[in-house]
Design a protein around this ligand. Structure first.
Ligand code: FA5
Length: 362
C-alpha cells in the first residue's frame, strides 16, 4: 500500500470514528490526527508540491474534500455533544415541585435579640442612628468622662467588674452601662447628634431580676435648644410603639445620675389587677422604665461640645427587663441558661424581622 493510500485509509477511519466520539476531548484528538499540524491530511496536502500536474489534478480535490469532510463531521458531532450535555444537566437539576416543602427551621430568636431588634427598629423610625461601643471599656469613658471621677461614691452603685490594670497604668472595666457610648459618640461627632446604643453590660449582681451580664439601650440627642419636653415625647412614642398600644401615660420622678442634670426616672401607668397579666395605658400601678435627664454640661465640655451653645438629653433602660415585661417572663436567669425547652417556648420565628409596618412581635 502506498504512503498516500495508508494516510487516506487513516482519514477514512477517522471520519467513521467522529460521529461516535464520546466527548469533546476525544473529538478534538480525532480532528488533530486528521487535519492538525501533523495530521494525516495535512501531510497529504504537503505532498502536492512535489507531484506532477496530472497527479495534483487527481489528488488535490480529494485532499481538499478530506479537510471539508472532517471539519463538517467534527462540527456536527460538537453540536450533538453540547446538546447531550445540556439534556443531562436539565435532567439532573430538575426540581420536583410536587415534593413536600422543607421542614420549618428549628432555631428560634432569643427574646433579648428580638427586643434589641424591636428597640432598634422603633428608634430608627424616629430618626436615630445606631451607635456601638466595646464591652471592655476605658474606666475613663465608663466613669470619669461621665462626671464620675475616681473615688466618687456613685462608682459604688455600679458593682463593677474591673480588668487587671495595664502595664502603662491604664484601667479597663467591663462596661457597667451603655452610657460610655454617649462619650464615644460626642468625642467623634459634632451636633446634631441623635443615636441609640443597644448592647451588653455587666455588673456584679445576680438574683431573679438581676444578671451579671445583661443588656441596656441608651439614647442620646444633642442639638441647639433641646429640652426635657423633647425627651418626654421621644419616650412616649417609643413605649407606645414597643408595647403596641395607642396611648401611654408616663410619670416623671426626680432622680440622680452624675452625668445628667436634672435627672428624671420614668414610670409607666399600668394595670396589674389581673394575676399574671399586665396592661399598659390604664390602671393604678406604675412600672419603673428608664433613667434619663439632660446631659450634664460638664459631660458635654469633657467630650468637646460647647454647653453654652448645645444642650442634650439622654436616657437608658434594661433590655432584659423590657423583654420580661412584654413577654411575661418572670425570672431573668433562664435568659442565659440555654435551656432548649425555654428557648423554644419564649423564642421567636427566625424569619420574622420586627418592623413598624409589618408588626414588631407578630
Ligand atoms: C444606668 O445604668 C444609667 N446609665 C441609665 C441612664 C442613661 C441614666 C442615660 C441617665 C441617662 P441604672 O443603673 O438605673 O442606670 O440601670 C438602668 C437599667 O438597667 C435598670 O433600670 C435595669 O432595668 C437595668 N439593670 C441594671 N442592673 C441590672 C442587672 N444586674 N440585670 C438586669 N438589668 C439590670
Amino acid at each position: 500500500m502506498s504512503d498516500i493510500d495508508e494516510k487516506q485509509k487513516r482519514i477514512d477511519e477517522i471520519l467513521v470514528a467522529i460521529p461516535t466520539a464520546r466527548d469533546e476531548r476525544e473529538l478534538e484528538n480525532l480532528r488533530i490526527q486528521a487535519i492538525g499540524k501533523k495530521g494525516a491530511n495535512t501531510e497529504l496536502l504537503s505532498m502536492l508540491g512535489s507531484m506532477s500536474i496530472e497527479e495534483r489534478k487527481h489528488y488535490g480535490p480529494r485532499f481538499n474534500a478530506n479537510t471539508a469532510n472532517v471539519t463538517s463531521a467534527v462540527s456536527l458531532r460538537k453540536g450533538q455533544l453540547a446538546e447531550e450535555a445540556m439534556n443531562a444537566r436539565l435532567a439532573s437539576e430538575r426540581i420536583d415541585v410536587t415534593l413536600p416543602p422543607r421542614p420549618e427551621p428549628r432555631g428560634t430568636i432569643h427574646p433579648v435579640s428580638q427586643v434589641l431588634d424591636e428597640v432598634t427598629a422603633i428608634f430608627a423610625d424616629l430618626g436615630f442612628a445606631v451607635a456601638e461601643g466595646p464591652d471592655i471599656e476605658f474606666d475613663d469613658y465608663n466613669f470619669t468622662k461621665l462626671n464620675i471621677p475616681p473615688d466618687h461614691p456613685a462608682r459604688q452603685m455600679h458593682d463593677t467588674f474591673y480588668v487587671a490594670r495595664q502595664a502603662d497604668g491604664s484601667q479597663h472595666v467591663l462596661r457597667t452601662h451603655t452610657s460610655p457610648v454617649q462619650v464615644r459618640t460626642m468625642l467623634k461627632k459634632k451636633p446634631p447628634i441623635r443615636i441609640v446604643a443597644p448592647g451588653r453590660t455587666y455588673r456584679v449582681d445576680s438574683d431573679a431580676t438581676h444578671s451579671p451580664m445583661f443588656h441596656q439601650y441608651e439614647g442620646l440627642v444633642v442639638d441647639e435648644n433641646i429640652s426635657l419636653g423633647h425627651l418626654k415625647w421621644v419616650l412616649e412614642e417609643f413605649y407606645k410603639a414597643f408595647f403596641e398600644v395607642d396611648s401611654v401615660e408616663l410619670r416623671a420622678r426626680p432622680s440622680y445620675f452624675p452625668f445628667t442634670e436634672p435627672s428624671v426616672e420614668w414610670d409607666l401607668r399600668c394595670d396589674r389587677s389581673v394575676q399574671g397579666q399586665i396592661k399598659f395605658g390604664t390602671g393604678n400601678d406604675w412600672l419603673e422604665l428608664a433613667g434619663s435627664g439632660m446631659v450634664h454640661p460638664r459631660v458635654l465640655s469633657m467630650c468637646g461640645i460647647d454647653p453654652k451653645r448645645y444642650s442634650g438629653f439622654a436616657f437608658g433602660g434594661g433590655v432584659d427587663r423590657l423583654a420580661m415585661l412584654k413577654y411575661g417572663i418572670p425570672d431573668i436567669r433562664p435568659f442565659f441558661e440555654s435551656d432548649l425547652r425555654w428557648l423554644k417556648h419564649f423564642g421567636f420565628a427566625a424569619l420574622d424581622v420586627p418592623t413598624l409596618d409589618g408588626g414588631l412581635s407578630r
